[in-house]
Every structure is written in C-alpha cells, then in structure tokens.
Design a binder for this molecule. Sequence first.
Ligand code: PEP
Ligand code: MG
Length: 322
Amino acid sequence: QKEKLKIFKNKQSSTKDGKVIELAANIGSPNDMGPVIANGAEGIGLYRTEFLYMDRSTSPTEDEQFESYKVVLKQMGKKPVVIRTLDIGGDKEIPYLNMPKEMNPFLGYRALRICLDKKEMFKTQLRALLRASQYGNLKVMYPMVSSVEEIRQANAVLEEVKQELTEKGTSFKDFEVGIMIEIPSAAINSDALAKEVDFFSIGTNDLIQYTVAVDRMNEKISHLYSPFNPAVLKLIDMTITNGHKNGIWVGMCGEAAGNLKMIPFLLGANLDEFSMSPSAILPARELISKLSTEETQEIKDKVLEMSSAKDIENFLNEVVSK
Ligand code: PEP
Ligand code: MG
C-alpha cells in the first residue's frame, strides 16, 4: 500500500477530469518539515506558531521568531506558507502570560483576542513575519475571528508595523492576509468577512465544537462531535460559496480536510486547498485522482439533503470504499 502511494509523491493533485487542487501540510515548528517534504506537500496550509511560545519561561524574541519563519519559507521556496498568528488560550496555556483561570476557556480570552489586547506582543510577531516575508511565499492568517471589527483592528496593527519598518528602512514583501473560519458567526457572516481578506481557511476542529456545543476534548460526549453533522457541512458549504462569490480562495486546515470520507464532499463544494497532517497527503492525492468534479458535485448535493450525521458518514464511507 505504502509502495503504491509513492507514485503520487511528486504528482500535482488533480481530479480525474483535471481540476487542480492544492494539498498542503499542517506544521507546528520547523522541526516538522521532514515529513512535509517526504510526502510531497504543495504548501504549508497551517503553521501553528503557538508552539514557539510554549514550554519556555518568556516570549520568543522577534529574532527567534524571524529565524523560525524564515527557515520554513526558504525550504518551501515558491510554494505558499500560511503562518497563523498566535492562537493560545482554550486548551493551550502559557504560564508566563499570567492568564486568569476562566470558567469557559474555549469561549474566553484567547487567540486574536489576546493579541489585540497585548498589542506589543502582537506587533513583535508581525514584525518578525514582515521581515521573514522576503524569503518565500508567505501568507498570514488570524485565528478565532468572529467579526469584521477584529479583522480591521488586526489589519490596523499590521499597517502600523509596516509603517514603522518602512521608516526604519527595513524591507518586506507584500503578502496575502486571511482568516480562519472556525466560529459559527464567521461562517454565517462569511459574505461580509470575505470583503476584508484575501483568503479563508476553515478550522473544523473548533467550528464543530462551537456549532454543536461539544467540547472537542471531552471524551464523554465525543460521539456528538462529528464533521458529518449536517449543520457543520452547511456552514462549510456556505463559507466556500461566499468566499468564491467575493473572489477569494478557500482552504481548510482542520482535521476534516485529511479525512478521506470528507474529501468527496469538500471537492464537490469546490474547496481550493486542503491542509492536513503530512502523512495524510498521499492517500488524499490518490483518492482525489479517482474522483470527477461532476460526481463530487452530485455527492455534495445529495449530502446537503440528508439530515443525520450517521447516515451521511455511512453514505460517504460507501463512496470512498468503491
Ligand atoms: C481548527 O480549529 O480547526 C484548527 C485548525 O485550529 P486548532 O486545531 O489549532 O485550534
Ligand atoms: Mg482552532
């Protein structure tokens, strides 16, 4: 099986009828690059930068961050690298930030909310990103966005940092700025959000938990946590449609992107980029090569008519076991 997949390593990802798709990888640090190259990823769809801040006693300096971004950008060359700004809180804690204990950390002070509050920390990361932009094909992504105001505020900070660098004579390259769609309000309001950004990346890990009100870490209720939940699938479809309507590309970097049973639906919904753990890339590329656009559109239409997560999962399981 492994041998058979090897022929897909250096192939472009495309459907049976030739529609080109991008299959990218998720990483948490430059140390994860080995499997990315070994599995022929066409880009990095999610670089989770919070790991640079974890397991230490102070924030990483601008230079440390710059080096960690630069090395990945250089290694990927012309291929896109989506770097996500700090996404802490929720299940990821950072002791030196002295964050108060909260009743509902997943609904609390986290991610972009912290960055917009601790502006100097956010500016340090943006400066490191801007400086690193010259070394490859960088795209920057904000996590946990729920409204247009947050995008505008974050972009205003980015503009401020650009201005300061320009005044100092430090050069940087222009890059796309996008957001994660992982909160139901963002998916529902995606037509408006799309007008503010260059791309969307759907974060199903959080989108599922917030849509069905099921803590993604709670094993007792994990049977209710499903990417096949019809409400989740409708939000995904809506987000992609609204992104395209506004001329931006739409990817997915949650676990669902690498789930073989989800792929026919996502292809049918016209997802442009799938970002997953590196080991999922070759099986996904093989599956995509066997599916046609027309067939996946029919699958998507049929799935959106269905009302039960279990039925949808069974139906998609049949599709991929054929
Ligand atoms: C997500 O929520 O789907 C996601 C990719 O982000 P994280 O898993 O880091 O919360
Ligand atoms: Mg998330």
